[in-house]
Design a protein around this ligand. Structure first.
Ligand SMILES: NC(=O)c1ccc[n+]([C@@H]2O[C@H](COP(=O)([O-])OP(=O)(O)OC[C@H]3O[C@@H](n4cnc5c(N)ncnc54)[C@H](OP(=O)(O)O)[C@@H]3O)[C@@H](O)[C@H]2O)c1
Length: 292
């Protein structure tokens, strides 16, 4: 049985879709299992007759994890970022081992220089180390920025024809979450990828000004990327975007890192899936109405 932690998340949702399509038995976990069951029921019809189980799990409650992990063999782990992420993910790894899980596929983040000021990357580094030390089989997926993050700017583009950032002309890796889900489905159902660490990207890099040009062509009106200083960007994310300060810090740190360290695509998606990664052009075409 494959256990999915983060089944309502961006990647987890797409991963569940793969398993619904393939008829693979999985147990999907959420702190709000009733909501997830309703959503899945709409997708599969009669959930009780499908091979998908839904169960409650809260990473702050070890007993809920013991119940949710019982009978599992593989575990997919993509937890949202939060200041509790290290505590919760290391606790998940500990209980998974106790409950006889054999293999964990963990969504991590790109690794930067040890001195790099990206706090969330340091959290992931700490969790990866806990997984290595646990003695469990592992596969680590380190994706770069999700194309789906661009949708967070869609309403701003729609209403003001602008979007903001602090990474100037830096070329960035973007990956479609559906490719991460495809990779996760593959590595969860085969022993071939055990013990491997993959940095996942799309097949091309793009800067924000290039994305503004793409949106201009698609929408047939002028869309501008406005570059802010890191300090201004942080304030904008907190005041206009209503982000908690730790998350605003993360966005600004990641963008500063994209400026400092030129990003390059990797071939990991093709290596694992035997096809090219989805393109940004295809993503923007598919989601263009969100920006219109
Ligand atoms: N966004 C990016 O560009 C990017 C790039 C590289 C790496 N990443 C990494 O990707 C990971 C997030 O993946 P994602 O975007 O697919 O996830 P997500 O959409 O943020 O959601 C993950 C899930 O975590 C679950 N969760 C949160 N706290 C929990 C708790 N205490 N107990 C149980 N479940 C909990 C939530 O489920 P319920 O609410 O249903 O309980 C949620 O659905 C992060 O670790 C991030 O660092 C993101």
């Amino acid at each position: 049985m494959i256990i999915i932690v983060g089944a309502t998340g961006t990647i987890g949702h797409a991963l569940l879709d793969r398993f619904v399509q393939s008829g693979t038995p999985v147990r999907a976990l959420s702190r709000e299992p009733e909501k997830l069951a309703v959503r899945l029921g709409k997708r599969v019809g009669n959930l009780e007759q499908s091979k998908i189980e839904v169960a409650a799990m809260d990473a702050s409650d070890p007993q809920s994890m013991r119940c949710a992990f019982a009978g599992g063999s593989q575990l997919f782990l993509a937890l949202s970022n939060s200041p509790q992420q290290v505590e919760w993910e290391t606790s998940i790894i500990r209980v998974a081992k106790e409950m006889g899980i054999k293999h964990i596929v963990k969504v991590s983040s790109p690794v930067y220089e040890r001195s790099a000021p990206v706090e969330v990357a340091r959290w992931h580094h700490e969790i990866e180390n806990a997984l290595y030390k646990s003695g469990l089989a592992y596969t680590i997926l380190r994706p770069y920025a999700f194309m789906q993050n661009l949708l967070q700017q869609a309403s701003l583009v729609k209403t003001t024809n602008m979007f903001f950032g602090s990474m100037g002309n830096a070329a960035c890796n973007f990956i479609d979450c559906r490719d991460i889900a495809d990779v996760a489905a593959q590595v969860l159902t085969s022993k071939e990828w055990v013990g491997q660490v993959y940095t996942l990207t799309g097949s091309e890099v793009f800067s924000y000004p290039e994305i503004a040009n793409k949106l201009t062509s698609l929408l047939e009106r002028s869309i501008r990327y406005i570059n802010l200083s890191s300090a201004q960007h942080r304030i904008d994310l907190i005041e206009r975007g209503h982000m908690p300060p730790w998350l605003a810090n993360h966005v600004v740190e990641i963008q500063a890192m994209s400026v400092a360290l030129p990003e390059r695509p990797t071939t990991a998606v093709k290596q694992i899936l035997g096809r090219e990664a989805r393109t940004l052009d295809a993503f923007l075409q598919q989601y263009v109405e969100h920006f219109r």
